[in-house]
Design a protein around this ligand. Structure first.
Ligand SMILES: NC(=O)c1ccc[n+]([C@@H]2O[C@H](COP(=O)([O-])OP(=O)(O)OC[C@H]3O[C@@H](n4cnc5c(N)ncnc54)[C@H](O)[C@@H]3O)[C@@H](O)[C@H]2O)c1
Length: 441
């Protein structure tokens, strides 16, 4: 079977590599010439555990190809996946210009039956727009070629994307013809043999499922952050409350960790886009609006604590920041809480020194010379007035506190991920703030 993936970003590259891993002939197409040239040389554009091995192995086997030319990549292809970006429009709704451009490009060049599958996260009604865009090009060409559209939202997590794709909890497919259903069944068979289900449904429900899933996860995070803030006020320990509620199987232990708010390329934009979809049908998603409000405020919580500690004067202070990526095991900094923290520190007149195990290159691309970049996690502590932690990378969890105390000007840590034990740090003479516990008492 031969397929083409359009858009070779986090989703497209992982999807293409993993399909080729099970023997499918895959071409990954992108308009970013530099990205494709690098991939042809074996240079992987993103940090994603295990991805480089899968890519290199399948390129070597001749099953995974890269191209900037979509028209040439449609020969003998049965399925085209669209995995291009759907960034927020000015008003927060999903911008479909890349998705529809792919549909038009396919319509301009397809020669035979094709199934065009949207893997990008897109609002309800997009499949119909894809169908119309593609059909419009066929009409312009004066040809009447058969095609189907399908929705196949992606649920992989950055940082565990390869494993998530190879061993998915579930695969959701929305389609409206038997032919499309059979093709998708065949394509995903290697991933479902161990019992991972493909859930077939109508296209509208499939498009809705992706937004509902991300919104539910974002809701859990904002709910817990709201609880954390109240815990501080009433004198409760959110870490204990989390354990107490998480042991209830109806609630579960995942996604109830308080922190500095959710970020990344998906939750913020998808929550906003779903709110906009509902608004456009004159329905107000009150819960999600609150989720977003809580999240925006949460990104400032750590800096607010720091400001209070220094009597609202950070001018001339040097602040070290560990963790730039929006979560561990990725170099993705899109909508990362660290960016809000850095902006607020700079606005308050502080000097910022940063370190992240893999996101330093990405940080330099985004932040340029606004901040200083450390060689390692200890380097940034030299003469710093405080350390802030924004991402819970494993290597930050058991640091050498003796070295840290020696390097820091003040033994002061503000932990946005609750990775340390309050009593241990107190015993070591380190002033410690975290989320959801009033550590000043
Ligand atoms: N990143 C994630 O964790 C994740 C998870 C699930 C779903 N999604 C969704 O998947 C989609 C893609 O996300 P991503 O993070 O992979 O985006 P990305 O920005 O990493 O990659 C998108 C790629 O599409 C390319 N592109 C744009 N227009 C093109 C065109 N006309 N032809 C060919 N290539 C084109 C861009 O150059 C880019 O390389 C989004 O809708 C996103 O919401 C992302």
């Amino acid at each position: 079977m031969k397929i083409t993936i359009v858009g070779t970003g986090y989703v497209g590259l992982v999807t293409g590599a993993c399909f080729s891993e099970v023997g499918i002939d895959v071409t990954c197409v992108d308009i970013d010439v530099n990205k494709i040239e690098n991939l042809k040389k074996g240079i992987i554009p993103i940090y994603e555990p295990g991805l480089d091995e899968v890519v290199h192995r399948n390129v070597k086997k001749g099953r995974l190809h890269f191209s900037t030319n979509l028209s040439e990549s449609l020969d003998d292809v049965e399925v085209v996946f669209g995995a291009v970006g759907t960034p927020p429009d000015e008003d927060g709704s999903a911008d479909l210009k890349y998705v529809l451009e792919v549909a038009r490009e396919v319509g301009r060049h397809m020669k035979d039956y094709l199934l065009i599958v949207t893997k990008s996260t897109v609002p309800v009604g997009t499949a119909e727009k894809v169908r119309e865009a593609l059909k419009g090009e066929l009409v312009k060409r004066g040809v009447d070629l058969p095609f189907d559209v399908a929705s196949n939202p992606e649920f992989l997590k950055e940082g565990a994307a390869v494993q998530d794709f190879l061993k998915p909890d579930r695969i959701v497919v929305g389609c409206d013809t038997d032919r499309a259903k059979k093709t998708m069944e065949r394509l995903y068979k290697p991933f479902t043999m161990n019992g991972h289900p493909v859930i077939f449904m109508d296209i509208t429900s499939s498009e809705m499922t992706k937004y509902a899933a991300n919104s539910m996860l974002a809701t859990k995070i904002s709910f817990m952050n709201d609880m954390a803030n109240l815990c501080e006020i009433v004198g409760a320990d959110v870490n204990m409350v989390r354990k107490g509620i998480g042991s209830d199987s109806r609630i579960g232990t995942k996604f109830i960790y308080p922190g500095t708010g959710y970020g990344g390329s998906c939750f913020p934009k998808d929550v906003q886009a779903l709110i906009k979809t509902a608004d456009s049908y004159s329905y107000s998603l009150k819960v999600l609006k609150a989720v977003e409000e809580v999240n925006n405020a949460q990104k400032s919580v750590l800096v607010n604590k720091l400001m209070k500690h220094f009597n609202y004067d950070l001018k001339g202070k040097t602040i070290a920041l560990w963790g730039l990526a929006f979560k561990p095991q990725t170099d993705d900094m899109r909508e990362a809480p660290s960016l809000v923290i850095i902006r607020k520190l700079l606005e308050a007149g502080a000097h910022v020194k940063t370190y992240d195990p893999v996101a330093m290159k990405e940080a330099e691309r985004i932040l340029g010379n606004k901040v200083e970049y450390g060689q390692d996690q200890y380097d940034v502590l030299i003469d710093a007035d405080a350390l802030l932690i924004a991402t819970e990378w494993p290597e930050f969890k058991f640091p050498n506190f003796n070295i840290m105390k020696k390097l820091l000007k003040n033994p002061l840590i503000l932990d946005g991920r609750n990775i340390y034990d309050l009593n241990e740090l107190k015993d070591r003479g380190i002033t410690y703030y975290c989320i959801g516990i009033d550590t000043t008492k």
